[in-house]
Design a protein around this ligand. Structure first.
Ligand code: MN
Length: 132
């Protein structure tokens, strides 16, 4: 199971999703805005980040761009979460460097599968090994 950083400003969404991920066996670290998310990513080095896109202080697009511009942090896979199930949002998230995209409300089995696939592909990619 993984250490997952959840960046989500909505308290109800954050509490619910972090509880459900924990029940699925993951360890969850939470941050409430994009700036805090970046700081938590640097400090905690999570295996994966779930990034709400609509965030105060620093939105999810900008936080992801900064993360992916940082040689130390860019290997951490990012799944964008957005309430808007629109193709333009997915395109925009991928342009910001997000590795995957999912829509809220979260369907947990679908999200867990995306997490599993991303972690598996990272584990088998030698360019993503720690310290590279
Ligand atoms: Mn939000």
């Amino acid at each position: 199971m993984a250490r997952i950083l959840l960046v989500e400003d909505n308290e109800m969404n954050r509490d619910m999703l972090s509880r459900r991920l924990a029940r699925s066996g993951h360890t969850v670290i939470c941050a409430v805005d994009g700036q805090e998310g970046l700081e938590a990513a640097a400090r905690e080095r999570p295996d994966l980040i779930l990034m709400d896109m609509s965030l105060p202080v620093l939105d999810g697009w900008e936080a992801t761009r900064r993360l992916k511009a940082d040689a130390e942090l860019r290997g951490i896979p990012v799944i964008a979460l957005t309430a808007h199930a629109m193709a333009a949002d997915e395109q925009r998230a991928r342009e910001a460097g997000c590795d995957e995209f999912d829509t809220k409300p979260v369907e947990l089995p679908r999200l867990l599968e995306k997490i599993r696939v991303l972690l598996a592909s990272r584990a088998s990619d030698p360019t993503q090994s720690p310290g590279s």
